[in-house]
Design a protein around this ligand. Sequence first.
Ligand code: BAL
Ligand code: ZN
Length: 888
Amino acid sequence: PSTIHRTDYTPPPFLIDTIELEFELEAERTTVTSKMQLRRNPQAAYCPELQLSGEALQLISLRLDGVACTNRQIDEAGLTVYDVPDAFELTIVNACEPASNTSLMGLYLSNGHFFTQCEAQGFRKITYFLDRPDVMARYTVILRANKAAYPILLSNGNLIEAGDLPNGKHYAKWHDPFAKPSYLFALVAGQLVALEERIITHSGAQKLLQVWVEAHDLDKTHHAMDALIHAIHWDEARFGLELDLERFMIVAVSDFNMGAMENKGLNIFNTKYVLANPQTATDSDYANIEAVVGHEYFHNWTGNRVTCRDWFQLSLKEGLTVFRDQEFSADMAAAGAVNAAAARASQRIENVRILQQVQFAEDAGPMAHPVRPESYVEINNFYTATVYEKGAEVVRMYQTLLGRDGFRQGMDLYFQRHDGQAVSCDDFRQAMAEANQRDLAQFEHWYSQLGTPYVLVRSQYDEAARTYTVTLAQHYKPVLNAPYTASAPLLIPFAIGLVDANGQDLALQLAGEGAPGTATRVLELNQAEQTFRFINVQTQPVPSLLRDFSAPVIVEYDYTDDELIFLLAHDSDPFNRWAAGQRLVTRTLLALARQAERTQLTGNQLNQSIIDAFGRILRDETLTPAFREQVLTLPTEIYLAEQMDQADPAAVHTARQYLRTQLANALSHDWSTIYARHQTPGPYQPTPADMGQRALKNLALSYLSNSKQSAHALHLAQTQYDRADNMSDRSAALAALIHLGGQPAQAALADFYQRFENEPLAIDKWFALQATQQRAEMDLIKLVRTLMHHPAFTLKNPNRVRALIFSFISGNPAQFHATNGSGYALWVEQVLALDTLNPQLAARLARLLERWRKFTPALREQMHEALETVLASVHSKDVREIIDKALI
Ligand code: BAL
Ligand code: ZN
């Protein structure tokens, strides 16, 4: 497979103005007729032949301007038509095979219904086309199918006509008035029902909103519909962006590689991000649905109206849209909360936690790439945390640097200039710069440089001069196997506060300034090293660094434990309060892990002041339950292993379990009190306040089940399981029961299965809870293998595979990395099994071993062998790219 390079971009030699598509939908073999109006692109170099992409297609006929055309060739990549005129009509008839398409790209079947997935390059599995995002055409689509089997026929845009046909068939004709790239095409056909709402948007236009599902799921669509309505209003209020179609549809599908897809006017969603009722969905499911519904809706402008010139610009739409969905979720949480700032901070903590756990690790491994990648073999491998989450942080930094109004002006100019175009990350930066009359040339490095920047902080207090000097130095650490390591100083917005001995923020005044200013200051670090001198500082402060995580960097500063305990208690910036706690606990856990590598962890090895500090947070009723839950949640084992020079999953597991038990026992009275106090009376409501209460209560239950009070915990868990009126409480109780083991666990697992046998998303939880249990005496590889033989398990459903196999590997690294290699053997088998079935999912699984060089020598060697084994038999370019990069 060849490598595609960003700098090789050339404009498309031809443009397609319109396309009329006709589908004869048959499961085994669908016939597609495509009539396109093409013309040479005046902006491109002359090319005599037309090359159309096509994969796994059978060409039936080809006509050029109505005449049969034989001057053409078909190969693995597609169809070439030689010596074409400057402007012409091309009519292609081809077939594809939806029923045997297990890749879930192109046209496929799920539960007997037809669905499509075209991003990034799935349209070429439907028909021959210029399948690239800078070719934007107007689509008219006619769907024909058996009416009884497929009563609902949907495509993008507006329904023009529909009617019956002979032989039990019917048809529907759709027209999308907006030119779009092929990756935004979609069709759906099946037995579906819809929840409908009509709304009026701010220009006074009436819109039809529909959430399409299978009939038995109709009661689980209300939350998604509410989220959609909120998202529509939010985008009007915050960015002045209005829904541009007469109707907007969401359709749920259970077999889906991604979370959801923003096809124009016809979003297709993984059921996991649509379906919710209190019995089947947890609080985090409710929150994720709101975020993903928002995300896909926001793409209508950031992605669809203005799209990407090429796939290297993916973050142009994804980073921006993640930023927008994060802001939406934060505003929604704040609107429903008593303490809006705290609600916003909790959202921010969740976003940053994912970045630190997933993206920082990606940035330090063989798949490290800039937010705007330089090259790829398979673009599907670049739907990454870097493009999405780091990309969102890059967008957030514009807002931090330019202010909210300045950012809005930049967005306005971006749409004014580029509506209807396929553009680049540079165009976005240019709009931000020009709308604010700022030179943002240096900001380009955030798009072009890979790796996580470090900011080394040194500080000095001069008591006599009453000055406090802060020196910031930015640098990268070498990235393992990174293809290139160029580095120029970045423009880093670095928010700082200084906290006095009483825990109060100082009003900050830099040398040269006439008067003290705000408590938080955004310093602009734009050189390799810079010094900032604060004046009129009466006593030595403790610095609160990178407040609200103002840039996606790692701060290096020698905080003492006491300083961290102080910030945990006093910092006015809630994000940094949480960050101080995490720093403290990570430091403690890493010391314990080092110790566990040498000797057994017994007795109380902990600094009492740390336990006291966490106890005070736990008891502090002025803090929201959601925040307390976040502070008391320990970093994951994967994150901790990543912080070691040589990852030792077993030692990390021992250390983390040890600290959990210590915190459980030392604070057991508090946990019991918390458990009793934070019940949520009344019917289930997914409000931020109730969600926070449940999160804290269920954390208490989890700690109690790790404490000496296991009989008490068993009683609580059993009662909670039996009485639960919602999935958050029931699944938390089940997790506690599984942890406590024995007959009650088996009984609850059996009950749960029976109760939710017909609810696939709940059964996913049943698999995941078993795969992520933390019981040292349990052979989880054996359990996972047994569960893989369960009749409800299938490799064909990505959610099920993620629930069992991915959950096990990421939730239980100590068992996965068993020294006998049994985890790696499982990995090899499953990567290869998925490789032919669903290459995209296989590549995701393959990535779980990419950090092999980071591990202790004994594990490293076995992981290397496992990678070589996969390489010897791999078929897909998706998996091959990952393994090749890992082995460089
Ligand atoms: N565009 C792929 C799915 C998403 O990011 O919304
Ligand atoms: Zn997206």
